[in-house]
Design a protein around this ligand. Structure first.
Ligand SMILES: Cc1cc2nc3c(=O)[nH]c(=O)nc-3n(C[C@H](O)[C@H](O)[C@H](O)COP(=O)(O)O)c2cc1C
Length: 437
């Protein structure tokens, strides 16, 4: 029996001790997928003020609450017209199987929203199944194909990700199949790291030139997004807009990744909640809020999260992790295989590994064939519909006939931290910590 007087140290708790021992044993740092796992201020710390007397709610069964959004109408001849404001974030073929990419395209298209390529280029299956496809232009030279650029409906220049702002992409060798290697023009079976910044850009002026170049290649037709990991968001959004972005994508530190050092995921960046008001303030000061659209990602799970992000000022959101959860069968049927990976059914704790029994984050043909893209697409479409209906329900309760009419006034915060970060009052008070009266 354990001595009841044993006292665990809060500083050197069991997880810290296990990690020291693991590092001492192996001499390598921990690389994993998923986003930050530590508790952080998040959308759960906000509540809606439904209408009653001073505001007038809308009747759910009779009164409309619209959900459409136009992205990229600042400069592009062909902005994206989406039916719902929930988009699928960039996740690479390589990190994901071809079947998973196809399923994402099917699910998104079924509900009239967009999906996004990722590090490592565009696959024909993905292009074929995606009504609106955003092509990621990476901060490195690999995987860039001018023909694919022209086939895309929009272009997303990736400057950073919420899971690893300041860091580059990583794909472990076990996922570098012949096809993945071919698309990235890099060797097979060897860990691949993409640069943390593009070799041609040493600052915002270079980026402005790159954006012009991309517009010229694509006849000024396609919206250009800039994606940043949330850190100095106020300044970064201003610079992105100045460089010419039509849309800014802000990815908070809860944002998922396929594989990165754990130390990055848990210790770099700011929570999504803190990033949105900074981005909105930057856009408002430029007189471009709602003209340059803001897409927010990082930890979006429910229609409540969607509605809260929009109430804080986002035009749309993007989802990564939740879309993968919706796709597949991470069930106890594969318990023994999950155990062999050091994971368990329901944890999705194997994005980096390459042996995903659900066939989503793998390049192993036998495992990948377990995911039926048609069924995966159907599941994702259902999930996206639920997110939208939940967001509509909340918007109607706040008296809004369009999701875009949600506003910070509809929200209060449950904690002082969330009130300070989200710039909404602590519930039951008019107090926004840190706000200048
Ligand atoms: C498996 C996986 C692969 C990803 N690959 C890319 C990528 O290739 N390029 C990129 O910019 N972001 C990538 N991301 C990050 C997503 O685009 C997005 O920023 C993030 O997933 C949003 O947070 P969420 O997962 O909490 O929804 C990836 C995320 C996941 C989970």
């Amino acid at each position: 029996m354990t001595n009841p007087a044993l006292r665990e140290s809060a500083t050197f708790d069991r997880r810290a001790i296990a990690e020291i021992q693991r590092a001492a044993e192996t001499g390598i740092y921990d690389i994993r997928g998923w986003g930050a796992k530590r508790p952080l201020p998040h959308f759960d710390d906000l509540l809606f003020l439904g209408a009653s007397m001073s505001r007038y709610p809308l009747e759910g069964y009779r009164e409309r609450c619209d959900t459409d959004v136009v992205l990229g109408d600042r400069h592009a001849k062909h902005p994206l017209h989406l039916d719902i404001p929930v988009t699928i974030a960039g996740m690479s073929f390589g990190a994901l199987s071809g079947q998973a990419k196809q399923a994402l395209g099917r699910g998104a298209s079924a509900v009239g929203t967009s999906t996004t390529t990722g590090d490592g280029g565009m696959t024909p299956e993905e292009r074929g199944q995606s009504k609106h496809l955003v092509y990621q232009y990476l901060p490195s030279r690999y995987g860039m194909n001018p023909d694919d650029l022209r086939k895309a409906d929009a272009i997303e220049i990736v400057l950073g990700q919420g899971a690893k702002p300041g860091g580059g992409g990583m794909l472990l060798g076990q996922k570098i199949s012949e096809r993945v290697a071919g698309m990235r023009t890099l060797p097979q079976g060897i860990d691949q790291r993409s640069a943390c910044r593009h070799p041609d850009w040493t600052g915002p002026d270079d980026l402005a030139i790159k954006i012009l170049e991309l517009r010229e290649i694509t006849q000024w037709e396609k919206p250009i997004y800039i994606k940043i990991g949330a850190t100095r968001t106020y300044y970064d959004v201003k610079l992105a807009v100045k460089a010419g972005a039509d849309v800014v994508v802000v990815d908070g530190m809860q944002g998922g990744t396929a594989a990165t050092q754990d130390v990055f995921i848990e210790h770099v960046g700011i929570p999504t909640l803190a990033a949105i008001p900074q981005a909105v303030r930057a856009l408002q000061e430029l007189g471009l809020h709602r003209k340059v659209q803001l897409i927010v990602s990082g930890g979006i799970r429910t229609g409540a999260d969607v509605a809260k992000a929009m109430a804080l000022g986002a035009d749309a959101v993007a989802i990564g992790t939740a879309a993968l959860i919706a796709l597949g069968d991470n069930s106890p049927r594969h318990a023994a295989e999950y155990a062999a990976l050091g994971s368990a059914a329901g944890y999705y704790d194997d994005f980096q590994d390459g042996r995903d029994p659900a066939g989503i984050t793998t390049q192993n043909p036998e495992l990948a064939s377990r995911l039926d893209p048609v069924e995966g697409g159907r599941r994702l479409a259902n999930y996206l519909r639920v997110l939208t209906m939940e967001a509509q329900t909340l918007a109607r309760a706040c008296g809004k006939s369009h999701l875009r009419n949600l506003e910070p006034e509809d929200l209060v915060a449950l904690t002082v931290e969330a009130a300070a970060m989200a710039r909404v009052p602590l519930a039951g008070t008019g107090w926004i910590p840190g706000a200048v009266a």
